[in-house]
Design a protein around this ligand. Sequence first.
Ligand SMILES: [Zn+2]
Length: 198
Amino acid sequence: MSKRLCTRCHRYYPATRPDCPDCGPPWWRRPIRLPGQRNTAPAPPTDRLGRPGVLIAAAALMLLAIYRINTVGVERMRQAAQERAEADQRAAQAAARDAAACRRSAKCWGEKHWANATVACTQSVDRAARYATRWPSGLLNPAFLNWDWRDQQAETLTYIGRVELQNGFGAWAPYIVGCLYDPATGAAIHIELTPGRL
Ligand SMILES: [Zn+2]
């Protein structure tokens, strides 16, 4: 290791150091202080931990804050999920109650399945007819106007509608349609066609 001689105390010090550890920098490299002027040399660090210590402490605080935010966030999310699940369960229970109430009412149960019943019953009549069929059309002119229980226990319904059937001579005649519909299968189980008007 190379050494340097201090010009003041005449002792050697390692060349890796800029100045003698005992005497400090030589006079020509010391900051000049005029009378009445404050020392402009940088103040030594006042924290006891030193720079790495401060950084480590800051990092630890930040990690603690992140951990705290995370645990609070996770807890809030868990609570929100639980509240949503409870709300869903309440809604499902209400829907089940409504459905059960609807099954007891021919009006509600028939209304609920009216659109599907109309499709199934219309198709059944079309298939059963020997010649062409003509249905009332338009939203204000529905093919099936009434319904009632066929078998309340089985929750099946009879829908009553009207149709015109063409005969072999091309003449049209009005018919009353009775359609036994099963909401469970979505099928028109039985069709009755009676000549006449509703
Ligand atoms: Zn020295």
